[in-house]
Design a protein around this ligand. Structure first.
Ligand code: GDP
Ligand code: CA
Length: 485
């Protein structure tokens, strides 16, 4: 059995966990095992509103995993009316900028009823989850009310500079545009981790920091006494997924939170902010997006195992692949670092060699490693002559540099065989060689295909391509770079 524990905020944490559950279900089916997922959820965004206890992140995770989320919004329920919110506003009460849908309000009413009758937030959460069956155990980070407030740097409407306002007011009403000087977790002094939280970290096989806000979601969870220590002490591997891609928060305004605490909005800076467990931080491993591959060496140098893979959670299948990569990266850390330039590191993988050794290969390999090259083209005849099977999606290869050293593991993510005349601009662009038209791409490739070396390989001294020549179009991604590359 694999025990996985996730430290989650709202939308990013919920979507990641949904993909993780799908991935684990597939792995469990294959190996006839059972995995168990616990999600420790940020409750720093919670508040009292209209007499009700609102827990935005707990509800987002519960609805997302339970199939009741509004996919469009990322929070709340689909197809709900706002009639009750509108009525409350007509009394001049509530927060006009924070509408609660009518279906969602039922959750808050039931939760508040339970709390008023003496239930802890953990117990109320467990009760609500009986209906939603999220497929994972959801634990609030704490049963005490810890609420994140922000200190305003300047006046804003009825607030004065220096005032503390609730994080959700800053986030939703001001879209995080008002400068703030600090985040204050009110109630932290009296808070302890909720029952089961510390245990879920200490007894896990893998702990995951999903792509949640590093400051006000994961950062708040880490501030609860005992949680950071548990992450330090656990025998589990701790792996994180960057919520920042190419220097920007994918959705939301995480950059405003990061700049407030003096951390740059890059996957590298956030990874280093969490820090290596070997040096008092919380990470063993950190996944960055393929476009941030250049950050991998610096992370590895800081003692954080790292790999660059696509991190866009575009749908559940893509998210499941991210989860698979995170699980793989976490367990890869159980071995000592493979020696560089050693084929035995990945003995079962075939090799991928681009062009011939020399400046062209150097350029292509560099473009693959920095994420700018995600497609490649070969002549179908090369495969026929060498009696080599066509690549298949999902297959992995060792990428060799000009010195024939393995520098990365790459994965074929798609294969098409088309006539040369059918190649489209997207494919040409994704070759990562700066082609901005199909004609430019074709001219560049003809130079290579008509070269003496290529003609020799094809055993045809007069070889020439035409619109009818069959070509193999491959899409690829870097699974991880190898040490020493
Ligand atoms: P919140 O409580 O609803 O703000 O949600 P979280 O704290 O769980 O996550 C919000 C963060 O998730 C955002 O700041 C984004 O940086 C990140 N995020 C959202 N969608 C994606 C995605 O598709 N890929 C990655 N890598 N990060 C994402
Ligand atoms: Ca949140």
């Amino acid at each position: 059995m694999t025990r996985v524990t996730v430290l989650a905020g709202g939308v990013g944490g919920a979507r990641f966990t949904r993909g993780l559950l799908q991935q684990l279900a597939a792995e469990d089916a294959r190996s006839a095992s059972a995995s168990e997922v616990t999600v420790i959820v940020n409750t720093g965004d919670d508040m009292w509103l209209d007499g009700l206890r609102i827990c935005p992140d707990l509800d987002t995770v519960m609805y997302t995993l339970g199939g009741g989320i509004s996919e469009e919004q990322g929070w709340g329920r689909p197809d709900e009316s706002r009639r009750t919110s509108t009525e409350i506003a007509a009394y001049g009460r509530g927060w006009s900028w924070f509408t609660l849908g009518d279906l969602d309000l039922a959750t808050h009413i039931v939760r508040t009823d339970l709390l008023r009758n003496g239930a802890t937030l953990s117990a109320a959460t467990e009760f609500l989850c009986r209906r939603w069956q999220p497929g994972a155990r959801l634990l609030p980070m704490s049963d005490q009310f810890v609420e994140t407030h922000v200190r305003l740097a300047a006046d804003a409407d009825e607030h004065r500079a220096g005032d503390l306002i609730h994080f959700e007011e800053w986030w939703v009403r001001y879209r995080a545009t008002k400068p703030v000087t600090e985040f204050v977790q009110q109630g932290l002094a009296d808070a302890v981790a909720a029952p089961g939280v510390i245990d879920a970290i200490l007894t896990a096989d893998i702990v995951i920091l999903p792509p949640s806000n590093p400051v006000v979601s994961v950062g708040t969870i880490l501030a609860i006494p005992g949680i950071r220590d548990a992450l330090q002490a656990t025998p589990a591997r701790v792996v994180g997924i960057a919520p920042i891609i190419a220097g920007a928060a994918v959705r939301g305004m995480a950059d405003a939170c990061l700049s407030t605490i003096g951390v740059q909005t890059t996957a590298l800076a956030v990874g280093l902010h969490y820090g290596s467990r070997q040096q008092g931080g919380v990470l063993d491993a950190w996944l960055v997006d393929e476009t941030d591959a250049a950050a991998v060496p610096a992370l590895e140098a800081a003692g954080i195992r790292s790999a660059a893979v696509p991190l866009w959670m575009t749908d559940v299948a893509a998210t499941a692949r991210i989860a698979a990569d995170a699980l793989r990266l976490a367990s890869a850390g159980e071995h000592t670092v493979e020696p560089a330039a050693d084929h035995t590191a990945e003995p079962t993988l075939p090799v991928a060699e681009f062009a011939f050794p020399g400046p062209l290969r150097d350029r292509l390999v560099a473009a693959i490693l920095d994420g700018s090259k995600t497609s490649t083209t070969s002549i179908l005849r090369e495969y026929e002559i060498e009696n080599e099977p066509l690549p298949v999606a999902g297959s992995r290869q060792l990428l060799l540099d000009s010195a024939e050293r393995p520098v990365a593991i790459i994965e074929t993510t798609g294969v098409r065989v088309v006539r040369l005349g059918e190649v489209d601009l997207e494919h040409a662009r994704d070759e990562g060689e700066g082609f901005d038209s199909v004609a430019a791409w074709r001219a560049g490739h003809e130079g290579f295909w008509h070269s003496p070396a290529m003609r020799a390989q094809l055993a045809d001294p007069a070889f020439e391509v035409s619109d009818e020549t069959e070509v193999v179009l491959e899409r690829l991604r870097v699974v991880r770079t190898l040490p020493g590359s």
